[in-house]
Design a protein around this ligand. Sequence first.
Ligand SMILES: C[S@@+](CC[C@H](N)C(=O)[O-])C[C@H]1O[C@@H](n2cnc3c(N)ncnc32)[C@H](O)[C@@H]1O
Length: 299
Amino acid sequence: MWGESTHGTAAGTAADGALFDYADGCAHFDARPSDSEAKNAAAPYLDIHTGHSLSVSFIAKLFPDRVVKFNQYNADRPDWLEGSIPVSARYGDIYFSADDPLGETRHVFLAGNGLPGRFRPGFHVAELGFGTGLNMLAVLAEWCASGIEGRLTYTGFEAHPLQVNDIERALSPFTELSFHLHPVLSALREGQRVIQTPSLQAELVTGDARTTLPLWDGRADAWFLDGFSPSCNPELWEDDLLAKLPERTAPDGTFATFTAAGRVRRALTAVGFSVERTAGFGRKRHMLRGRLNAESRSK
Ligand SMILES: C[S@@+](CC[C@H](N)C(=O)[O-])C[C@H]1O[C@@H](n2cnc3c(N)ncnc32)[C@H](O)[C@@H]1O
């Protein structure tokens, strides 16, 4: 089961935060402190990368003097294209475009959802596939520029949250977002899954969205559907998952996605969105955007 190990014994000592191996006779787990953890042995929390699932209680026993707050899940470490573009080894796809990532985010997810024009106090963006958080920071920057009062609400669904160091590495090149990035990194470093700044109220919902979305009781004004491409990551585009969106969408709510896959278009149309295929960004010819039909709105 996600986020839990089954059984096994630990080999090697880990009480000082050193590398250790965990073997149960059929699988090897590699849990190691992050770079920052290794540099700062006095860190109050443990930022662990687990190549496989390990139970938090198991890790806590090995590190009795630390608070295990972060990476209580099956964390992913990306590979790096040209040193700065994160690539998922698990899914075999890039987290964001290598050409003009911010331009693509603004075109697909912001303009695709009619943002910033639709912003209003209390506006809620939800995203399937939080990844590095680039989309969140991009929409947050627009929110702040819009001068709307209060916080932007943001919910990011993510099965395999990245380590903070990897998020930092991926997003540091976007210097225009630095102002918004630093508080988010600080919160994540402290193991927080709810992030509050003067302009943002964000929640990172960890776990497979097929499980977590049905349990979520929020309503999004705008959906960013940003899984890896449907061929690499079909689970995030499953009909049953997309069918859950209408009841979790506010009246007049919208979605946008980079994919123009016919299967996704048909699934979203079938559950009650008016779907449009419009011009994609850069080398992508098309993308999808849509609005929830009045008769499909949840009561
Ligand atoms: C293309 S990346 C998202 C990029 C991201 N929006 C950004 O701004 O960096 C797709 C993300 O979907 C996540 N994902 C894949 N399958 C998932 C699932 N079943 N539930 C939740 N998240 C999933 C992946 O771990 C990955 O982080």
